[in-house]
Design a protein. Structure first.
Ligand code: GDP
Ligand code: CA
Length: 325
């Protein structure tokens, strides 16, 4: 048995995981995914977990492939009806099929089930081939500190990302509730007992960063016997999709594969990484990081399809074998 544990946000995480599952299809592997719930939001009384759903739909074959989030063959009748009542927000893509997921989740949560049980119940339908665990059963919400007409104010991450398109500079990110949160059942064990831990090319600040904000998860990564290997979401000083640059800038990290590695830090130096992968175009960064003590490999890091994502996963597992502490 090869036990592989991965932390994941939404699109970048999910597409990588689909490659990882394909790369491990022929051996008896157990994949455990620790999903970000910092993006979660309650809307119209529905509890929505965008990153868990992106992982679930992507691995379950229900994702809108081009969009990268939401359901394939989606319709927006409910959203139109809400708009007719002048009930917002209009900036959240709430599809009819998607709403069924949120209804099941909200109903189970209000019946008292923890999010981890609810997630397992939802995933039973989709047969992911991986175990998907929320980072915590406790509510943790990423808020963004912005300047609202001369006054500092915090908005929910979704409002900043979707409504403001990350166009208003973020001054800081606050993971509300993280201090009192505990990792969901199985999360710490999945890191401790893994043969390999992977950090997919997810947003380092609001996907991986929020997971690391849950007390105990960072320590588990720093102390696990498993090698921890990450892949850069930044290629040639820009995010591949989305606005991770706006997040990195806010926390004073340059948008580069080199700087993100420095942000995570090497385990030899109190950080969380034993190995790192950057795109072939960032070969210079790979050489420099390796010289500085973080073994780094440069390979193609664009996930054009499942095969390219699988090749990335295979390379990450190779690096893990090379750096195994
Ligand atoms: P989100 O929650 O939907 O934003 O998804 P994640 O946090 O999991 O992933 C977002 C990150 O994935 C962004 O910073 C992108 O740069 C990165 N990303 C998306 N597609 C690719 C790709 O093909 N290759 C690499 N290396 N990164 C990617
Ligand atoms: Ca997300």
């Amino acid at each position: 048995v090869r036990r592989v544990t991965a932390l994941a946000g939404g699109i970048g995480g999910a597409r990588f995981l689909r490659g990882l599952r394909a790369a491990l299809a022929d051996i008896h592997a157990e994949i455990t995914v620790i999903g970000n719930t910092g993006d979660d939001i309650t809307m119209h009384g529905l509890r929505i977990c965008p990153d868990l759903d992106t992982v679930m739909y992507t691995l379950g074959g229900g994702i809108h492939e081009d969009q990268g989030w939401g359901r394939a063959d989606e319709t927006y009748t409910v959203k139109e009806e809400l708009a007719a009542y002048d009930v917002g927000p209009t900036w959240f893509g709430l599809g009819d099929r998607d709403i069924a997921t949120h209804l099941v989740r909200s109903q189970m949560l209000s019946a008292g089930y923890p999010l981890s049980d609810v997630t397992a119940a939802l995933c039973a339908r989709w047969q992911l081939g991986v175990a998907l665990l929320p980072m915590s059963d406790d509510r943790v919400e990423t808020h963004v500190v912005i300047d609202g007409d001369g006054q500092r104010r915090a908005v929910h991450f979704q409002e900043w990302w979707l409504h403001l398109h990350a166009g208003v500079p973020a001054q800081d990110f606050v993971f509300i509730g993280a201090d009192e949160a505990t990792p969901a059942p199985g999360v710490i064990d999945a890191i401790r007992n893994a043969d390999v831990v992977l950090l997919p090319p997810s947003n380092p600040v609001v996907s991986i960063g929020s997971i690391l904000a849950v007390p105990g998860i960072g320590d588990a990564l720093r102390t696990t016997a498993a090698p921890v290997v990450g892949l850069s979401p930044i290629i040639g000083n820009a995010p591949v999709r989305g606005m991770a640059d706006a997040c990195l800038t806010a926390i004073g990290v340059e948008t580069s594969a080199y700087a993100v590695a420095g942000h995570y830090g090497s385990r030899a130096d109190q950080g969380i990484l034993d190995g790192w992968l950057v795109d072939e175009s960032d070969k210079d960064a790979a050489d420099l990081l390796t010289e500085e003590g973080l073994p780094t490999r440069a390979i193609p890091l664009f996930m054009h399809d499942v095969d390219t994502a699988a090749a990335m996963a295979t390379a990450a597992l190779d690096v893990a074998d090379e750096v195994r502490p």
